[in-house]
Write a protein that binds this ligand. Structure first.
Ligand SMILES: [Zn+2]
Length: 491
């Protein structure tokens, strides 16, 4: 059910991931808020994202109901968490759910208005990211930043840091009004945010600081490689960024996410639920220690519902937002956790990481070819730091253009996790289909999910199948009704 968000904000990730996303990151994050939201644990995702939408994340998978937006939208005042139809889900007739998300006319109008605004902001944010760096490149801002960086130090790493701070800092300031509107004003207007402006700015600043550190490191690595061999940098740099991205995915849940939220072991507050989760995961032959299941205080900033998995190896974990725990019944929460368990059990993070990295290799080659054209008038710029704005222009453009690829990969795994959730909850929850539908319905209403998104928007932006499709799947997937086993979890 829930999709992991993954990301929307994977801006950060973007940086890191794509370019290691660092390069990219700079280009992407248009809305720090997004970055700062859980959905987007900034570095938790391993993907590129622009604006609040992220492309698939490699490091975190969310439940997500809205576009791919991970995060941040919650219930609005006045909208009942579940409408009358949702209540009918428990024990109701499954056929009625073939209609998808059931909304009152007011709920529908609000969700559609929000979705349209959100889609528009995504495209404007992408154009702005590309445009700002392109203007900086064309006006020679890269040369000036490189000159100041060389004057500041004779060490390449410090030069990279100074150049990155100047170029990224200017772009961030130019984009700040847009980021504030898209990440704070809109969410407040639709009742999705509980943040104050001061909280939003604090997260924005923290996020920017993280990007600067990551970006300087990646730009430094890029500089070392390109000085040795400017022709083959694309695959050498690709090899070099893989361990960096893996390290970020490992460390993000331990170091980065706690900068934005507080995480408490679920067993501390929900011992009964934790026992049921353990029963469920044991049934799947999976050992997820209770110490790896957390609740996150998302309610400090948002009204939206979500859950996600993130990390690798020892840092691997399942996280449920406290908003979700408050809004869903224990059975519905188990279905959400069943979905997250699916990501965990089916190794979606490493699999998606591997596929995304192959896409990134192609993007680096495309970036290499395009840069040759962009830098033709200024040979040598790539070796002396001055090409940074041109590089970030390419990263922003490629991150935007490649979104459908990352999203397609993500939607595939999200659907698989939905199926896994139904299978693993069968036998634990009396009617897993009804519980899943009810949970999807609540998530869809609270997070202002688009009840009927245009196909090309799904293609371009959705990291998860549209909520209506997920509800229809939940209504109809019952292999055990014909005496069969599930595909992933046998009895
Ligand atoms: Zn998911």
């Amino acid at each position: 059910m829930p999709q992991i968000v993954c990301l929307t904000n994977r801006l950060a990730v973007t940086l890191i991931a794509m370019a290691s996303s660092a390069l990219l990151a700079t280009a992407l994050p248009a809305t720090p808020a997004a970055a700062a939201t859980p959905n987007f644990p900034p570095f938790a995702t391993g993907s590129l994202s622009i604006g609040r939408h992220a492309v698939p994340a490699q490091s975190a998978k969310f439940i997500q109901t809205a576009a791919q937006r991970p995060p941040s939208r919650g219930p609005q005042q006045g909208s009942e968490p579940a409408n009358a139809h949702a209540q009918a889900a428990n024990g109701g007739n499954a056929d009625q759910w073939n209609a998808g998300l059931v909304l009152t006319p007011q709920q529908r109008q609000r969700a559609v208005a929000f979705a349209r605004l959100d889609y528009g902001l995504y495209f404007i944010g992408s154009a702005l990211a590309i445009g700002v760096y392109l203007v900086m490149w064309l006006t020679g801002a890269g040369e000036r930043a490189a000159y100041l960086a060389r004057r500041a130090s004779r060490y390449l790493f410090l030069q990279s840091l100074v150049a990155f701070v100047l170029v990224y800092g200017i772009a961030q300031m130019v984009r700040l009004p847009f980021a504030f509107y898209a990440g704070f004003v809109v969410d407040r207007r639709f009742g999705l945010s509980r943040e104050t402006a001061a909280m939003w700015f604090a997260d924005w600043a923290k996020y920017a600081a993280l990007i600067v550190v990551a970006g300087a490191i990646i730009f430094y690595v890029f500089g070392c490689i390109v000085r040795r061999n400017s022709a083959g940098w694309w695959w050498r740099f690709w090899l070099a960024q893989i361990p960096l991205v893996v390290a970020v995915i490992f460390v993000a849940p331990l170091v980065v996410d706690p900068l934005f939220y507080r995480f408490t072991p679920l067993a501390n507050t929900q011992p009964e639920l934790t026992q049921q989760i353990e029963r469920m995961t044991r049934r799947a032959g999976l050992n997820i220690p209770a110490s790896h299941i957390f609740s996150m205080n998302a309610s400090s900033k948002t009204t939206e519902l979500n859950a996600y998995v993130s990390g690798l190896g020892a840092s691997k974990r399942v996280v449920v937002w406290d908003t979700t725990l408050a809004a869903l019944t224990p059975e519905q929460t188990l279905l959400v956790l069943g979905h997250e368990t699916g990501h965990y059990a089916l190794h979606h993070i490493p699999k998606e990481f591997a596929i995304d990295e192959l896409i990134v290799l192609g993007l680096f080659y495309a970036c290499y070819l395009a840069l040759k054209g962009l830098l033709r008038s200024r040979p040598g710029a790539i070796q002396n730091l001055a090409a940074l704005p041109a590089l970030l222009t390419m990263v922003a453009a490629l991150a935007f253009l490649s979104s459908p690829l990352f999203c397609a990969v993500s939607r595939y795994y999200e659907h698989q996790a939905d199926q896994y959730g139904l299978e693993v909850a069968h036998g634990i929850v009396a009617d897993p289909n009804a519980a899943e539908i009810a949970a999807d319905q609540k998530l869809g209403v609270r997070d202002l999910s688009d009840p009927d998104p245009p196909g090309w928007i799904v293609f371009w932006l959705y990291t998860h199948p549209p909520i209506a499709e997920r509800i229809r799947f939940a209504a109809n997937y019952r292999p055990w009704a014909q005496g069969k086993h599930g595909e992933f979890v046998s009895e």
